[in-house]
Design a protein around this ligand. Structure first.
Ligand code: PRP
Ligand code: ADE
Length: 177
């Protein structure tokens, strides 16, 4: 499974969709990659290999697509998975953060007791665009008293310069478009 190169798998299996969800956006659709177990496995393994040296105690994934990559990554690393969800979905006490997206605005939440104080956290998502989502997730992690030791994404959209907004911690990105 790991004989498939992750960047090659991403090029082969992530589908660009023009003008979606709004005119002018090229949407990077990861669903074909999820349907190809060799490619999905190669991406999960590459993320795990890259973040292992950060010694995370937990993986935080952002709804929805961050869940898909974050859960197998956490299992591969042998640490817990913590969801950051869109507002109104988590049942217990939460912290909240609101942020702007490439095509809109959103509020995300985390359970107040989801992370131990001082825990080392890697935040995972499929796509880095403006960086607003990962910045909001970092705010939530810090409000819990934990620390973001790295961000990890399958791919980044270089023109939107999200990387520059996340320069305070290491960023793992398997492909740049
Ligand atoms: O770097 P940013 O500009 O913040 O954009 C990246 C975010 O946008 C997408 O999620 P979206 O909010 O569309 O939600 P979804 O995963 O539920 O489709 C993507 O999965 C990232 O979470
Ligand atoms: N262009 C894009 N493709 C996929 N997900 C995104 N999230 C924000 N921008 C995106």
């Amino acid at each position: 499974m790991t004989s498939v190169d992750a960047a090659t798998a991403i090029d082969a299996c992530v589908r660009p969709v023009e003008d979606w969800p709004v005119q002018g956006v090229t949407f990077r659709d990861v669903t074909p990659l999820l349907a190809a177990p060799d490619a999905f496995g190669a991406v999960t393994a590459a993320l795990a290999d890259a973040v292992r040296e950060l010694r995370p105690d937990a993986v935080v994934g952002v709804e929805a697509r961050g869940f898909i990559f974050g859960a197998p990554l956490a299992l591969e690393l042998g640490v817990g998975f913590v969801p950051v969800r869109k507002e109104g979905k988590l049942p217990a006490d939460t912290h909240r953060a609101t942020y702007a997206l490439e095509y809109g605005e959103a509020t995300v939440e985390i359970h107040t007791d989801a992370l131990a104080p001082g825990a080392r956290v890697v935040v995972v998502d499929d796509v880095l665009a403006t960086g607003g989502t990962l910045r909001a997730a970092a705010e939530l992690v810090q409000t819990c008293g934990a620390q973001v030791v790295g961000n990890a994404v399958v791919l980044e959209i270089g023109a939107l310069a999200g990387r520059e907004r996340l320069a305070d911690v290491p960023l793992v990105s398997l492909r740049r478009y």
